[in-house]
Design a protein around this ligand. Sequence first.
Ligand SMILES: [Zn+2]
Length: 140
Amino acid sequence: MKEIIRVTRQYRFCAAHRLHTDALPDDVNRKVFGKCNNPNGHGHNYTVFVTVTGEPDAVTGEVTDIEALDRLVTGKIVERFDHRHLNHDPAFRQLVTTGENLARVIWDELVNAVPAGRLDKVGLRETRDNYFEYRDTPPS
Ligand SMILES: [Zn+2]
């Protein structure tokens, strides 16, 4: 019988953003995004939850290489976004910097780079009350 385990690591970064889209007039942006549309932006202390799934290695008992995962996420996500303005990141040229989109951008960066196991889920805590989750549904 195959034993599948999920391993989750947390990472943190602080970043600024402004919820705004050029596809809508300014008054509609203000209505849709409220205070998050403030032209000066605002910041969050983000927590990213990276979940890797797989069968534990028969010898090490591990699903993935945590140190390699840490190097990957630190390099591709934390150092890229920490103390930056998300609206200035190339990934958000055509995307609003919502938690939904940020979770998907993080997923896209990691999905083909996880050291061992398979990326199962990216969770993103934006505020005390906002949590976003992205996972790909494999074709059935
Ligand atoms: Zn915000």
